[in-house]
Design a protein. Structure first.
Length: 413
């Protein structure tokens, strides 16, 4: 029960996020849980070390390094600004934000575009004299939905792709989840237009595409090289998987190889390393330890068994994922549920249902995904506020429709 109590404390810290005057980041909450299970003997140091999936940590390290270089050079902002600058009206701007950031999130992880996209969306809205709220909501919903169809679109998908042992994860995710993702992004677009309709002032827009935001030209060139290598390696991984040679390109190696030019040739390698999202890396290492300790106690398995839930049922996976992810957070829930699916002999569709359910759960409430909190926090710092209810009134309908679409596709195909 010690591990379960530690998990309960972590959940409470994640939900309330404050201890007195101090705000507790999610990664700190998870680290506290890992330290507690180690100190109380709920898991041994050797078992804790073995519980950490260093392949996942390595992939995240490389991906974060590339993303940080893109951001620090200003290249990511410039590309985003230029893409948004092609909008001629309110509808175009929504379409570009939703489909553009949606698909890009599948390549560089959704949290990255939540960080970069927030100030750009607010800047665009203010230049046009428009409310930033519908565009911020579009960004939040898009980065969540868009990340569904890729094994590297978000942390929980990466966890599923590496832990499930599924062959050719890039191909399987795309085959089963790409079309539902496109439909779900379109639904998000229609819902936002319904709740925030066009006005006479938003009919025609005029934005400049010729704005340079590059702050470091040399770093930008290296970041382009790293991104190109990363894209090429992903393509080679897909082809290798189709030919049965996927083991030659393990998933963690893709981002590490692609990030090599950054650490070999950039004069800012130390600055980039220092500014990486180390908190997320600590979160993952701590989560592996805590969830292994909880799993060892068997309480979670007993609870699922007592509720008579068929852990391999796709509707059950989608429903449980959506509900529990609002409290436990989607990544820790995925870490807990994955062993149940593996023990039950789950197939590809069950693992993909877990990926879709835990990801789309992020659109139900503001607490459903870290990317939501990144966007809302960044917006508040710039004087824009989105309330819990404003998010949920669209998010609840969107999540329900999105889950129905995914379920239909997994059922039929």
């Amino acid at each position: 029960m010690l591990a379960l109590l530690a998990l309960a404390l972590v959940i409470a810290l994640i939900i309330f996020r404050r201890v007195g005057k101090y705000e507790v980041p999610i990664w700190v909450s998870m680290a506290i849980g890992a330290v507690l299970v180690l100190l109380t003997g709920a898991i041994t140091p050797i078992a804790a070390w073995n519980a950490i999936d260093f392949g996942v940590i390595a992939f995240l390290f490389g991906a974060f390094a590339i993303a940080r270089a893109l951001e620090a050079s200003g290249l990511l902002e410039q590309y985003t600004y230029q893409a948004v600058g092609k909008a001629k009206n309110y509808r175009d701007l929504l379409l570009i934000i939703i489909f553009g950031t949606g698909f890009l999130s599948a390549l560089l992880m959704n949290d990255i575009f939540a960080v970069v996209g927030t100030p750009i969306v607010i800047l665009m809205a203010r230049k046009l004299g428009l409310s930033a709220k519908p565009f911020l909501l579009a960004l939040a919903f898009a980065v969540t939905i868009g990340s569904v169809f890729s094994p590297i679109g978000n942390p929980q998908n990466l966890l599923i792709a590496t832990k499930s042992g599924m062959p050719t994860p890039f191909v399987l995710f795309a085959v089963h989840l790409l079309l539902p993702t496109i439909i779900n992004l379109a639904i998000a677009f229609m819902l936002i237009r319904f709740f925030y309709p066009e006005t006479k002032e938003t009919k025609e827009l005029k934005l400049s595409e010729n704005v340079s935001m590059v702050r470091d030209a040399k770093l930008a060139r290296i970041a382009k090289l790293c991104t190109g290598i990363f894209a090429l390696l992903i393509l080679l991984r897909v082809l290798a998987g189709l030919l049965g040679f996927e083991a030659l390109l393990p998933l963690p190696a893709l981002s590490l190889i692609a990030a090599l030019p950054l650490f070999l040739f950039s004069e800012r390698r130390v600055d980039i390393a220092k500014s990486l999202d180390w908190g997320t890396l600590v979160l993952f290492a701590s989560m592996f330890i805590l969830m292994q300790a909880v799993w060892n106690e068997g309480v979670f398995q007993s609870l699922i068994s007592s509720l008579s839930i068929d852990v391999k049922s796709i509707p059950a996976i989608l429903i449980v994922s959506t509900i529990v992810s609002q409290f436990v957070s989607n990544v820790p829930f995925t870490a807990l549920y994955l062993p149940l699916l593996t023990a039950a002999g789950a197939g590809t569709k069950e693992y993909l249902a877990l990926a879709a359910g835990t990801t789309l759960a992020g659109n139900l409430t503001l607490l459903g995904a870290a990317s939501n909190l990144i966007i809302v926090t960044g917006a508040e710092k710039r004087g824009e506020r989105i309330s819990f209810l404003e998010f949920a009134k669209i998010g609840a309908v969107l999540t329900l429709l999105n889950l129905m679409i995914v379920y239909a596709f997994l059922l039929i195909f």
